[in-house]
Design a protein around this ligand. Structure first.
Ligand code: GDD
Ligand code: MN
Length: 398
């Protein structure tokens, strides 16, 4: 029957496989729908059926394609999609085994998609397929870059969102508008369409570790022309949400880094911010030690350094490198690796200091003067940039 064989994707990522796909053959579809999934076995078939019913009615010239990007879900979501794709070539299963994370999954899907309008939506039916044609129409309007399905514009609603979640969402939107100057009323939406033109303009600048992919589209490059389509945020059909815990922290972090992102790489800014928090804790613990154990000894200093390192590791793990987060036993290995890199950083710092400094200030020198001396700051900058790159390449990379 149809080729059920799974072939390698032609993207740069060897860990991605495309199953029985129509992508790359024949005509360019007018519309591509990218659906990131992780453990959505309860929902994905229902979504695909509703989506195809909806899109079939539209008779898009050039047709459509649906790309489901699954991160090798233990519940076999990708297998279900592969089964559908064997009967319907407009459906493609992309199974990723090395990369993971919502934002990077969306980017993988977009990079493979060939439509002139690219839609992104969730698989759990909180995003109603009925809205898709309206998004496509809005994004297809002359001069439009992005169409966002919004819960806060006309006809939109948060559905059964609790008051707390609404407030968080409201706060989030206000901060986004303030920091990024975006014209979008629902910048946290995971349901949107982007024109191929705009996608190709901003794609090179988009951070795959970014927190919200829509935020990236809104904040990178020139200010996009955005249209909004109101919709009601539905209930999750089956399964459980994956986005939990430090969403608010991550969101604020993303906004900060995006607003500074035009100057420095986003993750690096976050890395710095976390580093300063660690230094703060270290200074506090050191002071406490000095107060409690009057005769100055090395023990409080060591405890303080260690406290700062541990705090930094966990903050980096939850915020800076969140998409590559270690869980369970991997945390131990991560913590060790982070210590090794930090030790290396300390050595670089000491080495560069030694090279740059005149015969150092005596033991009684003013602490502030030592801390903010030019060699200290220069050496610190070098060590930090180095340890950032090494951590990104080793500690938080598989
Ligand atoms: N491939 C992949 N990898 N997919 C993922 C991952 C991942 O690591 N994490 C989540 N997903 C998929 C889910 O399977 C689902 O289809 C979609 O991404 C959204 O995940 P949910 O777990 O349902 O997120 P949510 O409902 O809490 O958040 C949604 O609503 C927010 C607004 O309140 C998302 O659409 C957010 O983007 C949106 O901001
Ligand atoms: Mn959801």
């Amino acid at each position: 029957m149809s080729e059920s064989s799974t072939r390698r994707a032609t993207t740069s990522r060897p860990s991605v496989t495309l199953a029985a796909t129509g992508v790359g053959h024949g005509q360019r579809p007018a519309v591509s729908i990218v659906v990131p999934t992780f453990n959505e076995a309860d929902n994905i078939e229902i979504l695909l059926n509703r989506l195809r019913d909806e899109l079939d009615e539209q008779h898009y010239r050039g047709g459509y394609e649906i790309l489901v990007v699954d991160d090798n879900s233990p519940d076999g979501t990708w297998q279900l999609v592969e089964n559908v794709s064997q009967r319907d070539r407009r459906v493609t299963a992309i199974r990723r085994t090395a990369d993971r994370g919502l934002a990077s999954a969306v980017l993988t899907g977009l990079s493979v998609a060939s439509g002139s309008i690219l839609v992104v939506m969730d698989a759990d039916l909180q995003h109603d397929p009925v809205v898709v044609p309206r998004l496509v129409d809005a994004a297809g309007q002359e001069g439009t870059d992005l169409a966002v399905a919004s819960r806060t514009s006309d006809g939109g609603s948060f559905g059964r969102f609790t008051r707390t979640r609404r407030m968080i969402s409201f706060g989030g939107n206000s901060v986004a508008q303030l920091l990024l100057g975006t014209q979008c009323s629902d910048p946290m939406s995971g349901f949107f369409a982007v024109s191929r033109n705009y996608y190709e303009t901003v794609a090179p600048d988009i951070n795959p570790r970014g927190f919200k992919i829509l935020l990236e589209f809104l904040a990178r490059g020139k200010r996009p022309v955005v249209r909004e389509v109101g919709y009601r945020f539905g209930e999750r059909h089956g399964g459980a949400t994956k986005l939990s815990g430090s969403v608010v922290l991550n969101y604020l972090a993303a906004l900060t880094t995006l607003s500074l992102g035009r100057i420095l790489p986003a993750t690096f800014v976050m890395y710095l911010a976390v580093g300063f928090v660690g230094l703060g804790l270290r200074a506090a613990v050191e002071q406490l030690g000095v107060l409690l154990i009057s005769p100055v000894s090395t023990l409080p200093v060591l405890v303080a350094v260690e406290a700062g390192l541990v705090l930094n590791y966990f903050l980096h793990n939850r915020i800076t490198f969140e998409p590559f987060r270690h869980r369970g036993v991997h945390t131990v290995r991560g913590l060790i690796s982070f210590h090794v890199v930090s030790l290396h950083g300390l050595l670089v710092h000491a080495g560069v200091m030694a090279l740059l400094s005149q015969p150092g200030p005596g033991p009684n020198a003013n602490l502030l003067a030592t801390t903010f001396s030019v060699p200290f700051v220069l050496a610190g900058a070098l060590a930090t940039i180095g340890s950032y790159h090494i951590n990104a390449a080793t500690t938080w990379q598989r």
